[in-house]
Design a protein around this ligand. Structure first.
Ligand code: FES
Ligand SMILES: [Fe+2]
Length: 360
């Protein structure tokens, strides 16, 4: 496993639409690239190299002037919404050098999410930012946690999300138990918006829900379909559908969609955001309290357990390998596929059509 690298040529979440405000500069490090981004007065999100072309001052430390240009805080170079330097206050008698331009980054804003491509735009191929229509659909309601800086390689989070056999013991007694960890898994390889992807499906009937899930959805014993999908290197989508036995697909069905975004900062850290989306007005066990409120309140305790594990795993990657070797279980198949996909994307290698990633 390579846990000290990341895919540079991919779409990553730079923020939820609401996090990027008009004329408010944001400095981020994405895949080791310093990026300044803001929403222009016209409402468009733009992103550029955060280093001023003069003396590398972070432009995110500057400000947007009344005319909409970005002024560097050091000597006042001003840049327009195309990244072109349009004013050098101390040298107005000479033409502005033509090289005084910021490197732009491709940005897409869709479905309430701002995506950035930190890599080489020529390598984009058919990869598009995954869609998240439920986030902006009238029939659904969502909550997004504030972005979390996790001191661990983003692959450790991706592997955590795809392997829920860790629900026992890590989440035992809140969202997990031993029965959950033993549910048979179906693995599906499929593309999502031009991104190689793998999905796991876990189906169980007559399952006694762990306490948090009883609270969130109001049912003690359920039939349940639980899917986890790495949609792209930047996004994992989880869907849980549950209902009293025999009622899946009926009006009694409840559940959630979780979007987990994992944006590498560097080899040893990433930014994790989770968004939970439920059908509008979905009830919880507590009379009069909507499901979304209970999840918003209780899910962070579960996330803290995962963070605890990820940070400790990362520390082990910082030590010499010696003759260490992992032992893989049947349930690790999706993780082995993910490793093949991410390794191939890092190296710019394509898979032979029709073959499994495992054979690549
Ligand atoms: S470093 Fe930005 S203007 Fe000098
Ligand atoms: Fe977990």
């Amino acid at each position: 496993m390579i846990a000290n690298s990341f895919v540079e040529n991919a779409w990553y979440v730079a923020g939820m639409s609401g996090e990027i405000k008009v004329n408010e500069l944001q400095g981020q490090i994405i895949c080791k690239k310093p990026v300044v981004l803001w929403r222009t007065q016209e409402g468009k999100v733009v992103a550029f190299d955060d280093r001023c072309v003069h003396k590398r001052m972070p432009l995110s430390c500057g400000k947007i002037l009344a005319n909409g240009t970005l002024e560097c805080a050091y000597h006042g170079f001003a840049y327009d919404g195309n990244g072109k330097c349009v004013n050098i206050p101390s040298q107005t008698d000479l033409p502005i050098p033509s090289r005084a331009k910021l490197k732009p980054y491709p940005v897409v804003e869709q479905d309430g999410v701002v995506w950035i491509w930190p890599g080489n735009p020529d390598q984009m191929g058919k990869a598009r930012a995954p869609r998240t229509p439920e986030l902006v659909s009238d029939g659904w309601e969502s909550y997004t946690c504030p972005p979390m800086k996790i001191p661990a390689n983003y692959r450790l989070l991706i592997e955590n999300l795809l392997d829920i056999t860790h629900f026992y013991p890590l989440h035992d007694g809140n969202i997990g138990d031993l029965t959950n960890s033993k549910i048979p898994i179906e693995f599906i390889e499929q593309e999502v918006e031009g991104n190689p992807s793998v999905k796991t499906v876990r189906e169980i009937h007559g399952y006694r829900h762990p306490p948090f899930l009883v609270d969130w959805f109001g049912y003690e014993t359920v039939d349940r379909i639980h899917t986890h999908q790495l949609s792209s290197p930047g996004l994992t989508r989880v869907q849980l559908r549950c209902a009293p036995p025999g009622k899946l697909g009926s009006d009694a069905e409840r559940g959630y969609i979780l979007h987990h975004s994992h944006t590498p900062t560097d080899e040893r850290s990433h930014v994790w955001r989770w968004t939970v989306t439920v059908k509008k007005g979905q009830p919880s066990l507590q009379a009069g309290v909507p499901s979304i409120e209970r999840i918003k309140e209780m899910f962070p305790a579960v996330v803290d357990q995962d963070r605890w594990a990820l940070e400790r795993q990362q520390h082990m990657f910082d030590l010499p390998e010696d003759d260490y070797q992992e032992v893989h279980l049947r349930s690790d198949k999706s993780i082995l596929i993910v490793r093949k996909i991410l390794d191939a994307l890092e190296r710019g290698i394509a898979k032979e059509p029709g073959k499994s990633w495992l054979a690549a």
